[in-house]
Design a protein around this ligand. Structure first.
Ligand SMILES: Nc1nc2c(ncn2[C@H]2C[C@H](O)[C@@H](COP(=O)(O)OP(=O)(O)OP(=O)(O)O)O2)c(=O)[nH]1
Length: 222
């Protein structure tokens, strides 16, 4: 769990708020020169999914979840008040799911579901979708988008799948795999942006920041 960074008077320069509990998203941003303020949304993703019509396109589903997370964090009192801080303030929410065989899959949570999912996806390809929603607070504007990266999975044998699931890693990540962990042994290749697969698509966030009048370089700590 990441610690929630302190903010307040004297917080230097533009403020990037990551509305996510994901250590992967935080790691991606830090490695890319951004030290975000972290706040976790309390969005009930299952309830939101249940409320969406079955006909909702997969890219819209993850975009709607991302929007709900960003809006929940932007509404937190200590975040909302940043609008008057004199700094540029961007809040981002994200949501990743795997689009496999026409179904949208989140985190498997149980070993049984992870094994079943790997038995279906091994040797095949699927699209990892990550919805993004950006809210600028100091000069109200929003921008959103969904990145899609095609993942080509290895034709892993039962033993490897069982050992991978037993590691626990696939249970708490969208699509039951990681690109940057043990799962890396089981991804043959990808077509698209690797950061999107891990949790936040840097090239897309760069364009979303531009859409709300900000440059990604404003947030670089280097
Ligand atoms: N390290 C790593 N994590 C991954 C990868 N693919 C997916 N994930 C993680 C990132 C997210 O933490 C999680 C996707 O689930 P969600 O989009 O619902 O986010 P999560 O519930 O973790 O946090 P949030 O809802 O944003 O507070 O799966 C990967 O390739 N590498």
């Amino acid at each position: 769990m990441t610690s929630e960074s302190e903010i307040g008077p004297g917080t230097p320069g533009p403020i990037f708020v990551l509305g996510s509990a994901s250590p992967a998203r935080l790691r991606i941003l830090r490695a890319a020169g951004v030290e975000p303020v972290v706040r976790v949304s309390d969005v009930d993703e299952d309830a939101l999914l249940a409320a969406l019509p079955d006909s909702t396109p997969a890219g819209v589903v993850v975009a709607e979840l991302a929007r709900a997370k960003a809006e929940a964090v932007a509404a937190l009192p200590e975040i909302a008040e940043l609008a008057g801080s004199g700094s540029a303030v961007a809040v981002i929410g994200c949501d990743s799911m795997l689009h496999l065989g026409g179904r949208l899959l989140g985190k498997p949570h149980t070993p049984e579901r992870a094994v079943a999912q790997w038995s279906e996806m091994r040797g095949r390809s699927a699209d990892l979708l990550t919805g993004h929603h950006l809210i600028r607070l100091d000069r109200p504007a929003t921008a959103g988008g969904t990145s899609s990266t095609t993942i080509h999975f290895a034709a892993a044998d039962d033993h490897v799948i069982e050992r991978y699931v037993a590691s626990g890693e696939p249970l708490q990540v969208a699509g039951a795999f990681t690109l940057d962990g043990l799962g890396g042994w089981l991804v043959e290749r990808i077509e698209g942006d690797p950061s999107s697969v891990i949790g936040i698509g840097l090239p897309l966030v760069r364009t979303l920041l531009a859409d709300v009048g900000l440059s990604v370089t404003d947030f670089w700590r280097h």
